[in-house]
Write a protein that binds this ligand. Sequence first.
Ligand SMILES: C[S@@+](CC[C@H](N)C(=O)[O-])C[C@H]1O[C@@H](n2cnc3c(N)ncnc32)[C@H](O)[C@@H]1O
Length: 221
Amino acid sequence: MNPEAWTAVDEYFAERLLERDRGFAALLAANAAAGLPEIDVSPLQGKLLHLLARAMGARRVLEIGTLGGYSTLWLARAVGEGGLVISLEYQLRHAEVARANLARAGVADRVDVRAGAALDLLPKVEARREGPFDLVFIDADKSNQDVYLAWALRLSRPGTVIIGDNVVRDGEVLDADSVNPAVQGIRRFVDLLASEPRLSATAIQTAGAKGWDGFAFAVVD
Ligand SMILES: C[S@@+](CC[C@H](N)C(=O)[O-])C[C@H]1O[C@@H](n2cnc3c(N)ncnc32)[C@H](O)[C@@H]1O
């Protein structure tokens, strides 16, 4: 393991491949100033979300877990004018910081940050018939990752892409006896990906500035 090298390689690719978009840097600076934890996706991962959303022509995106809106901004830039990103965030303070960040970045017209527990907000999304979504990004409390996947399916159509973050957790995902609720939530999530006949899924390990982790990627049949 060489985390310094992982970070250096991330920096190399970011320097070569990421546009110098001051919006993203300003957003991360505002998060830091507000004291938010640095648990957003990395810049390269954010751009991957953006490119996936663009490649599939996503116009309606659901995000579970906003923090300060960093991944939200990447997704909002992908859906374009007239598109919509609904993002659910438990911490009122995080939601407020995210709303201000996203307004400053010029995407308030296409982003709806909703404060509350995702398990309270998701039934309302369904009741208001705001789905189906083209893309769902699950990145909140991992102990509920499997429950969010079940909700993502309810709010999907054939072709919807569902991405779940942080599925490797320094390899802890292998520990079937883990007492960590996040690990058990991820393991149930993987079980559901495997057993649900409407889903085709894969998982990719990543090593980089955010350590050793990974994401799962699924398509609804
Ligand atoms: C890893 S961060 C999200 C990072 C963000 N997606 C990004 O990459 O910029 C997880 C967020 O989920 C929120 N969260 C935790 N439990 C939640 C819940 N039950 N419902 C909604 N959000 C929750 C946390 O407050 C935190 O802001």
